[in-house]
Design a protein around this ligand. Structure first.
Ligand code: RIB
Length: 286
């Protein structure tokens, strides 16, 4: 079983559903509303745990009404929360609009995630003891850099999902073993990705491709009825991380299948499939 540490964000997602997302300056009528725990770090931690890994989460919640609920979802999933601290002030909040085709628009307000400006000795010890550290870009980049640097120094594999896309110092990239990007991020990053040993690019409903020492490999899209794509990339990344030790082709199959299942329900953490569901759909694929 892979031992994974996620150093990343945890938030409350405020999700409004609507037939059509508004144009700038336009008001549209909504069809529903839900509050669902999310944040890329938390989603990826839960996805990796449900796909079969042992997972520890390093992150921060605030001291507001959302803190207990977002923490609870990690505890219930069996993700270790010994390194999840409380910092004064609001938790991370994300405002999400989902239209009837399942596409979304997202605004991330960092809150406690933005105040996670350092790692404790215990955080770093967890990184050093893990097989893999999994990071995204919803916490301050110097914190991500510190986690990846420490991981590299202790032989822990580094998987970076550079999302939401933003500029990352070249020294940070030098410590990355695996990058998971969508097609937009791949285009934006361009030649920066050439130096990363393993790159996995997701292609929405068309599956994903891998490029690395094992050559070029791909896994086709998995047909499902899409309700909401929020968190599908996180579910893909968590499942990929959990099965990375079985080789990229097996990891891609788990990731594409878990990611597809995550689009069939509303809400990020609420849609992350359990291991048995993933295995059932995997067994039906040619
Ligand atoms: O990737 C989906 C996640 O991104 C949501 O849960 C939301 O919190 C945003 O951070």
């Amino acid at each position: 079983m892979a031992r994974i540490v996620v150093v990343g964000s945890i938030s409350m997602d405020l999700v409004a559903t609507t037939t059509r997302r508004p144009e700038p300056g336009e008001t549209v009528l909504g069809t529903g509303f839900a509050m669902v725990p999310g944040g890329k770090g938390s989603n990826q931690a839960i996805a990796a745990r449900r796909a079969g890994a042992e997972v520890e989460f390093v992150g921060a919640v605030g001291t507001d009404v959302f803190a207990a609920d977002v923490r609870k979802v990690l505890d219930e999933a069996g993700v270790g929360t010994a390194q999840l601290r409380s910092v004064d002030g609001p938790s991370g909040i994300t405002v999400i609009v989902v239209d009837s085709s399942g596409e979304n628009s997202i605004i991330v307000v960092g809150g406690a995630n933005a105040r996670m400006t350092s790692l404790s000795d215990a955080d770093l010890a967890a990184v050093a003891a893990a097989d893999m550290v999994l990071c995204q870009l919803e916490i301050p980049i110097p914190t991500v850099a510190a986690a990846t640097r420490h991981a590299r120094a202790h032989g822990t594999t580094v998987l970076l999902n550079p999302s939401p896309a933003q500029e990352v110092p070249r020294q940070l990239w030098e410590n990355v073993d695996i990058a998971v990007v969508n097609q937009g991020e791949a285009a934006q990053l361009g030649s920066v990705l050439d130096a990363v040993p393993h790159v996995v690019t997701t292609r929405g409903g068309s599956g994903a491709v891998y490029r690395g020492p094992e050559g070029e490999l791909s896994h086709p899209g998995v047909g499902v009825d899409v309700v909401d794509t929020t968190g599908a990339g996180d579910t893909f990344t968590g499942a990929l991380a959990a099965h990375w030790h079985e080789g990229p082709l097996t990891a891609l199959a788990w990731a594409c299948t878990a990611g597809a299942l995550a689009t069939t329900k509303l809400g990020a953490s609420a849609s992350i499939p359990e291991r048995a569901e993933i295995e059932r759909l995997l067994s039906r694929q040619p």
